[in-house]
Design a protein around this ligand. Structure first.
Ligand code: HGY
Ligand code: MN
Ligand code: MN
Length: 423
């Protein structure tokens, strides 16, 4: 058998995964692209579909108190602690179809394969599909995994989406109780570990000519929302030097953010991904502008220094332009290292499938950033074409999907909880 080629039992895992990725991608809020955000009708439809896949893989499956899909495959005895696998099934706007669903669907297919072979392990396996990781609708990320980790902040149910709908209302509309999100929480004692397979979302594995890699750490991130308020006015009558144009001030801030990050060659990245100007008419000077800022760096200290510098620059620009400024941190996550004992097991599964072992960090955020509060975290990356992600051209070749599935299956079957792994 060629190195890394499929064994007879799981030869079709990759095919099953790709078929399901395509089925899930058909569930979108918009007809022209893929957008599926938290607590929408499409969230509900996607959850129903995933629950059917979990059940057909022999799992007991339910929707939890925040809208995560949860499946459980018992071990060789009931009520054993679990190895939790998973990823998210919400998307960014105009998304690719692999970011999130690949890890979730691959995990379900692996469990299906075990179930077909009647294989029970000395631990349970749970698969969780997190309902909100991207934080697109309510400007708060990792809501699904935070609820599972027991760190969901109740105050976020008061936040509103772009249409002004409070999360509390959206939860009720979805059929969930905003006052009982705590019921989704799990405890450290129930979990041996959390392991996620995910597309790399960058070009490193492709450059190494490798289908899979061992993740070393998930980089921290800070997100802020800035609001500058000036004075709206007539575009034809107010002389330039008398204006308090909020959008022009915002543009200067965006330029300063880009410049700060571009002139730092140590991996610092800063993005303004959303901007909204009011009142929003061609012949009116913008009186107010809001924009998001996303900052990431290889170390937490570096990111914090960069955020402080960006905030100082924005404050100076606002002051000089006589704009009032409101700046809120909407998300702050420290860098999360993957546990050495899990990295070892990921590496062993990769080499067991005949692939060279290669380690790389994750520049993107993942649900492990929340799950670290109740479990050690491990991750497997799968190569994506051209390193493209958060874009409809995101793509994973079937052979790489298959490689990822075989690595995950081997990882599950050979998994040893930390105390046993030490022996
Ligand atoms: O934004 C991120 O890093 C991730 O894709 N949620
Ligand atoms: Mn993403
Ligand atoms: Mn993702």
């Amino acid at each position: 058998m060629e190195a890394g080629s499929a064994g007879p039992e799981n030869a079709s895992l990759g095919g099953e995964v790709v078929g399901r990725i395509n089925q899930l991608a058909a569930i979108s809020e918009t007809s022209q692209d893929l957008t599926r955000t938290f607590l929408t009708r499409e969230h509900r439809a996607a959850a129903e579909l995933i629950l059917t896949w979990m059940r057909s893989a022999g799992m007991a499956a339910h929707l939890d108190a925040i809208g995560n899909v949860c499946g459980r495959h018992e071990g060789d005895r009931p009520n054993l602690p679990c190895l939790m696998l998973g990823s998210h099934y919400d998307t960014v706007r105009d998304a690719g179809k692999w970011d999130g669903p690949l890890g979730l669907i691959t995990a379900i297919s692996c469990v299906g394969d075990l179930a077909r072979r009647g294989r029970r392990l000395p631990f349970a396996i749970e698969v969780t599909g997190f309902a909100d990781e991207e934080g697109i609708r309510f400007a708060s990320t990792l809501l699904g995994s935070r609820a599972v980790a027991g760190t969901f902040e109740e105050s976020v149910v008061g936040t509103k989406d772009r249409a002004g709908i409070p999360m509390r209302e959206a939860l009720v509309e979805f059929g969930l109780d905003p006052d009982h999100i705590g019921a989704a929480a799990r405890t450290r004692r129930e979990l041996h570990a959390y392991i996620e397979l995910h597309i790399e979302q960058g070009p490193v594995l492709e450059a190494q000519n490798l289908p899979v890699g061992v993740v070393t750490a998930i980089a921290g991130a800070t997100r802020l929302v800035a609001r500058l308020t000036g004075m709206a006015g007539h575009a034809g009558t107010v002389p330039m030097r008398l204006r308090q144009d909020a959008l022009a001030g915002g543009a200067e801030c965006i330029g300063a953010i880009e410049e700060s990050c571009r002139t730092d060659d140590s991996g610092l990245v800063g993005t303004v991904g959303y901007i909204h100007a009011l009142p929003g008419a061609a012949n009116v000077i913008p009186g107010q502008v809001s924009f998001t800022i996303d900052v990431r760096a290889p170390t937490d200290a570096h990111r914090k220094r960069a955020v402080a510098d960006i905030v100082r620059q924005i404050e100076n620009i606002a002051k000089r332009r006589e704009l009032s400024l409101q700046l809120d941190v909407t998300h702050e996550n420290r860098t999360v290292p993957c546990a050495p004992w899990l990295k070892q097991q990921v590496a062993a599964a990769i080499s067991g499938e005949g692939f060279p072992v290669f380690e790389l960090p994750s520049g993107a955020g993942h649900d492990g950033m929340a799950m670290i509060d109740i479990a050690d975290v491990g991750m497997v990356f799968v190569r994506c074409r051209g390193g493209i992600s958060h874009h409809p051209d995101e793509h994973v070749e079937l052979a790489d999907v298959d490689a990822g599935a075989r690595v995950l299956l081997r990882l599950i079957e050979n998994f040893r909880p930390r105390d046993e792994a030490r022996r």
